[in-house]
Write a protein that binds this ligand. Structure first.
Ligand code: BTN
Length: 328
């Protein structure tokens, strides 16, 4: 969709009623035939737009794509998501958002794609990103904090996603798996990949990349044991625009609170309550070693607190956690 059509769509969606062709011509500085051309384009994209001679145009149905015009009606926050750059397909919204952030795109802008051809996960993995069903987005942040605090954002984002799922899809009992996953009944439904450009004392920007399996009706066979979608768990289609807006509505106030605080202390009770690993025996694969123990909590800095058999507690700041199989 071109930029003018997208802006006309946003205008019609905000109006919620008829807008005259004359008004649209004036607002977008285009001719009547150009307005008509864009309306036909919107119809071709699946939007229903009434056209009544002498009265104007009215949007009567949306498509469920996570575009700005469809997300905006659900937004209650002021900064995040007020600008959404939507792409039908892109290699990776994180890659695109990093390049746009380097060019100066402000905090709060969101890059969304309907499909990714090179979706990236943590530890060099790929993120399977088929078209038309899921959410793939990257939010640009410019926190004025030392870069050492930035990894805490991953858990803060996970908390906001958890809250959004509770709001939009109640009853699915999602759990947060430190440091960046959301699981339902042991299967992953969402992953977070935060990337930053920084110097020790200064963070230029952070790109918060989120992938949520929303309406995918089948998982590739190699992922069937480990991944799921909201549709597979509930049998119901979930509105992608509403879920994206709900995440932003929950995340903006958490982020503002986090900027004022020293650490994650204010959200720890929530994170520990919904932590999949809490009080569990786990093995953590790190780059150069593997450590095991019982999880006794999450530290204020976002590290996992791991108690060894000798009672010593270690703070783990990175790695991939695996639940140990229970032995009888
Ligand atoms: C993980 O669990 O390993 C993190 C997955 C993050 C996937 C999202 S999809 C949107 C954004 N763009 C990417 O290329 N990756 C993130």
């Amino acid at each position: 969709m071109n930029d003018v059509a997208a802006r006309i769509l946003l205008r019609l969606s905000k109006a919620g009623d008829f807008l005259s062709g004359e008004e649209l011509c004036r607002e977008f500085c285009i001719t009547r035939s150009a307005v008509w051309k864009h309306i036909k384009l919107l119809r071709a994209e699946g939007y229903h737009v009434d056209a009544v001679t002498g009265i104007g145009y009215r949007l009567t149905s949306l498509t469920g794509r996570p575009v700005e015009a469809e997300v905006a009606p659900f937004l209650t926050v002021r900064r995040f998501g007020r600008s959404i750059l939507y792409h039908e397909v892109t290699p990776s919204t994180n890659i695109l958002a990093k390049s746009l952030a380097s060019d100066g795109l402000p905090e709060g802008c969101v890059v969304v794609a309907d499909a990714q051809t090179g979706g990236r996960g943590r530890m060099g993995r790929t993120w399977v990103s088929p078209a038309g069903v899921n959410l793939y987005f990257s939010l640009i942040l410019r926190p004025e904090v030392p870069s050492i605090r930035v990894p805490q954002l991953t858990l803060l984002v996970a908390a906001a996603i958890h809250q959004a799922l509770g709001t939009v899809v109640p009853g699915i009992a999602p759990m947060v798996k430190w440091p960046n996953d959301i699981l339902i009944k042991g299967r992953k439904v969402c992953g977070v990949l935060c990337e930053m450009q920084s110097e020790p004392d200064f963070t230029h920007f952070v790109v918060v990349g989120v992938g949520i399996n929303v309406n995918q009706s089948e998982m590739p066979s190699e992922l069937q044991d480990s991944a799921t979608s909201l549709f597979l768990e509930t049998g119901r289609l979930v509105s992608r625009p509403e879920l994206l807006a709900s995440f932003l509505n929950h995340f903006e106030p958490l982020y503002d609170a986090w900027l004022l605080e020293e650490d994650l202390g204010f959200i720890l009770p929530y994170l520990e309550r919904y932590s999949l690993l809490q009080s569990k025996q786990v093995t953590i694969d790190q780059l150069k070693r593997t450590v095991s123990g019982t999880v006794s909590g999450i530290a204020r800095g976002g590290e996992l607190m791991l108690d060894a058999a000798d009672g010593q507690t270690t703070l783990i700041s990175s790695g991939e956690a695996h639940l140990q199989k229970r032995t009888l």
